[in-house]
Design a binder for this molecule. Sequence first.
Ligand SMILES: [Zn+2]
Length: 533
Amino acid sequence: MTYRVLARKWRPKTLTDLVGQPALVQTIQASIERQQLHHAYLFTGTRGVGKTSIARILAKCLNCEEGITATPCLKCDACVSIAEGRFADLIEVDAASRTRVEETRDLLDNVPYAPTQGRYKVYLIDEVHMLSAHSFNALLKTLEEPPEHVKFFLATTDPQRLPVTILSRCLQFHLKAVSPDSLSAHLEHICDSEEVIASKDGLKLISRAAAGSVRDGLSLLEQAIAYGQGKVEASEVRQMLGSASEMSIYELLDKVLTADAGAALSIVDQMAQDGTIFESAIEQCITTLHQICLYQQVPERVQQTAHPETLSSLAEKVAPERAQLVYQLCLYAKRDFGLAPDAKTAFEMFVLRLCSFHRVETHQPKSEKAQAVSSAESTLPIRRVKTAPPAMQKAVASASPETVDWISVISSLNVTGLNKIVLSQAKVKSWAAPQLILEVSQEHEGCVSDERSLAIAKLLTDQTGIPVKLTFSVNQSVVKAATNVPDNLTEPDEEQNNKHLEQDSDLQSLVDAFDATIEKVTVLKNEKQGENS
Ligand SMILES: [Zn+2]
């Protein structure tokens, strides 16, 4: 028996063979069973997901000698000759190589004639977006009044480039990029049938590298089998793909996040020796950071990894906002990769740039956050540098909230920005030192968080010397307590803003890293607040 490449051997033969498109298969099966077939179908989707395969399967469904069926027999003359590419009534055209209008006219001239071999004459036009404008016009005329015996199957990776007149005459189906999990399962099934020993990790690497394309996945599997001399092992697949080991990416990120540039560059040297393709190493960093961010915010969504404890310790070491920043820098590095003189230089500069954001932070795990809130009072560094302003002393002394002169309290404080806005929109519910409960309306609910409560409590404590433990509660009936807050309270002036920004260490590290200057500072004003005040 002659050897056939896997991608051809495992090309889907029936609708149920299609990988990763269950919804589409179900819809088409149902319409065939009800005999409700449109005269023109458009299949869209990235390359290698099965657009032309599904069109060929449909040609069998329509022409099988056992009748129109969603499950063609695959044995009759029509089914066999379609599979072998010699069915006279299946006319396959690659629009990329036949863009001229004369060629399209020649093709469409034959449309009126009845099929010679089967029930339907099937036109399969691949990469249909490549046709010229004149060719589209010729095709449009046929699509407007197609004869009963003709079906059109159009396939494209780029439906945006089709004229709307064509789009509106086709029934459009989008084939999704196949998920790594379903592709991996498919490859495993193939390896079992072909009696190839394959490790799950190796197949996962191939599935991820295939980026949603079944055809690419099969080609890579074929390469991997040849590379591993009949076996598929993760380490060999990694070598073949030029990807770094998961562990070396973790180690690299660990060194980068602790700003150990020397150690980080040693890892880069080792990666170069192992034949790592640095561009794909950046992608691996991006994937790993995605997992870190998931771990920090939605841990149940983290994908299975061979080193879960390394991932978790890394995720706990870096603050969520810093992980976001590093992720963004990875994206920039990927975008600008080709601009560097060579791949290793590009990667080293990327690593050094990450190291330059060297503020090491210890991220507080979620479970401890609640504790932190309850013990806010004891953990706050209380510096009794000031005695409380008279308004404040009076406020704390007065037992009932009605008598608290909240406006005077705010005026006596040195607060700026959103903290000031939040305080001026709030109403005192109760104040029995140290517990201060402020009510805000529902529309300001988004402005108050545990972090903000802590920050404002610290500010009040620092500035007044009176320990404050602050809680916000949301009350629909609160409109706005401090109606007479002067404008300069809610809108800090430019000078204050600039001063505030100069003290912002995150912003300063950005300015330093990119050698940037701050040109203009604008305060974004919430429209709803504007209406109320
Ligand atoms: Zn058949």
